[in-house]
Design a protein around this ligand. Structure first.
Ligand code: CP
Length: 317
């Protein structure tokens, strides 16, 4: 998959997964994102720059989204691009048009980039293989496979607050089995040199041979939180569960839900992250989600700058 993402000069052409990319290239995304943030005011602000003036970006979201779709739209607008949000529910997809025919028709409208979210793993990769050579494809989440810009905005947030990856122990907690975010974060953290990536989940919510991705495994939240610098919580992705994998949500919360008490087991300066949407009282207690160690809304804010960076690197002339 790696080569498809890169030009002959090893520049980013599509962004489909962090897997197989170099630490240098991921760091370039983070550094580029920094240039779009202005911290001189009381609050972080986004700098608008016309790097994609005269370009057209189509947001193709075949699955629901709040954060990703909106921040991609804002990012494209800050870069001066025209943005088209395809309404899939009212598009010809609902009349049986194939994905490839939809892409061919949009290409015929002289677009420059597709931001794609799809329930099928590999959908963005398929579009990148099939689309016209001048078009860039950015994966906004494909099935259980990858969510690369979420991983990069999480890396940006971690770097901003913890400075260096090399000493960090990061715990990813919850429904790893169905999580494209977890897979992309595991790849990105390992590429960027995190000391340890630990996954904490019941056996039923872990993929087979997860250790092969370069993680340590714990099935006990109390034990797993020891020495942790960054806590990343995941929601239960019930829409992807085809059988009962848990006795009940309340039992899951008792064993794997993050409460103030449990958070005390991590390092005192640990940060709490969540890609959203959060399910309060299922994987995270409100007091933690809204507490002073939570950086969940900073993640969302950073998403605009990071998506600007990825769009600029893939699409700017
Ligand atoms: N984190 C994330 O992908 O959220 P949305 O589904 O709202 O885009």
């Amino acid at each position: 998959m790696t080569n498809l993402q890169l030009t002959a000069e090893n520049k980013l052409k599509h962004f489909l997964t962090p897997e197989g990319l170099s630490a240098g290239l991921l760091t370039q995304i983070l550094d580029k994102a920094e240039t779009f943030l202005d911290y001189s005011g009381a609050q972080a602000k986004i700098k608008s720059v016309p790097l994609l003036k005269d370009k057209t970006v189509v947001n193709l979201f075949f699955e629901n989204s709040t954060r990703t779709r909106t921040t991609f739209e804002l990012a494209a607008k800050h870069l001066g691009a025209e943005v088209v949000n395809m309404n899939i529910a009212t598009s010809a997809t609902s009349k049986g048009e194939s994905l490839l025919d939809t892409i061919r028709n949009l290409e015929a409208m002289f677009v420059d980039g597709f931001v794609v979210r799809h329930a099928v793993s590999g959908a963005a990769h398929f579009i990148a293989q099939q689309t016209a050579p001048h078009i860039s494809v950015i994966n906004a989440g494909d099935g259980q496979h990858a969510h690369p810009t979420q991983a990069m905005l999480d890396m940006f947030t971690i770097r901003k607050l913890k400075k260096d990856f090399s000493g960090l122990r990061v715990a990813i907690i919850g429904d790893i089995l169905h999580s494209r975010v977890a897979r992309s974060e595991i790849h990105a953290l390992n590429i960027l040199g995190a000391k340890e990536v630990r996954v904490i989940a019941p056996k039923t919510l872990l993929p087979a041979e997860i250790e092969s991705l370069g993680v340590t495994v714990s099935h006990d939240l109390n034990e797993g939180l020891q020495d942790i610098d960054v806590v990343i919580m995941l929601r239960l992705q019930k829409e992807r569960m085809t059988s009962a994998l848990l006795p009940s949500e309340s039992e899951y919360f008792n064993c794997f839900g993050l409460t103030e008490e449990k958070l005390k087991l991590a390092k005192p300066d640990a940060i709490v992250m969540h890609p959203g949407p959060i399910n309060r009282g299922v994987e995270i207690d409100s007091k933690v989600a809204d507490g002073k160690q939570s950086v969940i809304l900073q993640q969302v804010s950073n998403g605009v700058a990071v998506r600007m960076a990825v769009m600029a690197m893939t699409m700017a002339d």
